[in-house]
Design a protein around this ligand. Structure first.
Ligand SMILES: Cc1cc2nc3c(=O)[nH]c(=O)nc-3n(C[C@H](O)[C@H](O)[C@H](O)COP(=O)(O)O)c2cc1C
Ligand code: SF4
Ligand code: SF4
Length: 262
């Protein structure tokens, strides 16, 4: 039976997870959440949601997508998140969102991958990145097996502290996102005007006029794709990011994200 996986990803971790699922399961269609939002969403028998953890909850754009899901109950619905530190309340919040649509989340999963959030210190050095992503492969294989078996349950390790913090911080993060997001980004003198930041932005929030440096609008999802994929490391947010490590999943290419979401 066909599985439709709806995915969202800024630096390719969640895309890598969704792609591994497509390769490891039979008959999987991958649809970017940003595209699905523009189309009618067909009911499916098996549905997967794959996305990164933002402030211990799902990205706002994923929440928007869930609110648009048809209420026909699928035979199997799972959510799988990638995170850098702790998934906290992500799956509880996602389960609640689905419930409000009359949908049941049959299984939930989370995989620790490389942290990409500059305010939390950003990504570690390359050697540590390799270790983290290497360990993630074992978890990904387990998740795929469980999905293949149609396993039910919450397979995410619990940390009570982050679950509690998350349930308090997530609404604050979402409120801040709706009022002032995107305003802190700028391109510094290293900018070569290549246009990648504008093309990679999943919500067209980066504007590049001919011969001018890019500018950021106010509908940012905080995915940090523009920041991490800039080949010149010219995208900054505040003053502390100039020397910060840039990251994308080593098996996800720029085109994997750009071409599929355009
Ligand atoms: C805005 C934002 C908020 C984040 N919040 C969390 C968090 O609360 N907990 C966590 O473990 N990781 C957090 N992260 C890290 C990402 O969840 C992690 O790096 C994820 O694998 C990125 O996936 P992607 O490459 O598919 O975008 C955050 C990242 C961003 C950009
Ligand atoms: S990706 Fe970087 S170098 Fe290219 S236009 Fe954007 S800021 Fe400039
Ligand atoms: S402006 Fe940058 S951080 Fe914001 S949604 Fe676009 S790519 Fe992501």
């Amino acid at each position: 039976m066909k599985t439709v996986i709806y995915w969202f990803s800024g630096t390719g971790n969640s895309f890598h997870l969704a792609k591994a699922m497509q390769e490891g399961l039979d008959d999987v269609e991958m649809i970017p959440v940003v595209k699905a939002l523009d189309d009618d969403i067909e009911p499916s028998k098996r549905i997967g949601l794959v996305f990164p953890v933002y402030a211990w909850g799902p990205p706002a754009i994923v929440a928007k997508f869930i609110a648009k899901l048809p209420s026909d109950i699928p035979e199997y619905l799972f959510a799988a998140a990638t995170y850098g530190g702790d998934p906290g309340s992500t799956m509880a919040i996602t389960r609640g969102m689905l419930k409000r649509r009359g949908l049941v989340m049959n299984a939930s999963f989370a995989v620790k991958m490389v942290e990409n959030y500059p305010p939390m210190g950003g990504p570690p050095a390359e050697e540590k990145q390799r270790k983290i992503n290497g360990a993630a492969e074992t978890e990904i294989a387990q998740i795929i097996n469980r999905i293949r078996e149609g396993a039910s349950g919450d397979f995410v390790k619990k940390n009570l502290f982050f679950s509690l913090i998350g349930s308090m911080v997530y609404p604050i993060f979402r409120r801040a996102l709706s009022t002032k997001s995107g305003s802190k980004f700028y391109a510094d003198e290293k900018c070569s005007l290549c246009g990648i930041c504008a093309r990679i932005c999943p919500v067209q929030n980066v504007r590049l006029l001919e011969g001018e440096k890019p500018t950021w609008g106010n509908r940012c999802e905080q995915c940090f794709a523009c920041f991490h994929w800039c080949p010149e490391k010219a995208v900054q947010t505040g003053r502390k990011t100039v020397d910060m490590v840039r990251y994308h999943h080593p098996e996800t290419s720029l085109n994997d994200l750009i071409l599929r979401q355009e």
